[in-house]
Structure formats: C-alpha cells, structure tokens
Design a protein around this ligand. Sequence first.
Ligand SMILES: [Zn+2]
Length: 100
Amino acid sequence: MTEQKGSLRQIISERMDILLALSAAALRKGDEKYAKRYIYLAKKLSTRYNCRFTKSQRALFCKGCGMPALIGKNTTVRLRKRSKSAEYACACGRVRRFKY
Ligand SMILES: [Zn+2]
C-alpha cells in the first residue's frame, strides 16, 4: 500500500513538473492567461494529493500572483551576502528567499 502511494506521488510530482514547464513556456510566448492556469492546476494537484512542491519547483513560480517566475522578465534575483540568501523579487511585489 505504501509503495503504491509512493509511485502515485512520483507521478503527481512529474505532472507538476510538466505543468510548471508548460506555464513558463506559455508566459514566454506572452500568454499570461494560460501561464496562470497551468500554475493553478499544479497547485491544485499538490493540495489534492498532499504532494509538496520540491525546493527547485518552488523557485519556478510566485505564490502571490500565481505566475511563473521568468528571470529577466517578471523576476529579479539578488544575492544577499549578509543573510546568505538569494532574493527572488516578483513583479507583483512579493519576495521569496532561498538560502545558499
Ligand atoms: Zn508575483
């Protein structure tokens, strides 16, 4: 039973990966509506199946506005030496920090 659950989670995680990639591609084409929709679906998968976003997946979108984070387009990255963290600032004003 636990093994089955593990494989399901793996499938969901893969699916979330695909959705995140699709949404980034959509935003690159300038299709904000679809980009947002894909992020929404990925979030929904994560809550429905109790499957957390991995650290690298969390860096790919903004929790505030539900848009994929494209560095150079709607996201700027700054490295903070003092706190040893990378600051991802979204166009909506939300800031995410990741330790390094
Ligand atoms: Zn945002």
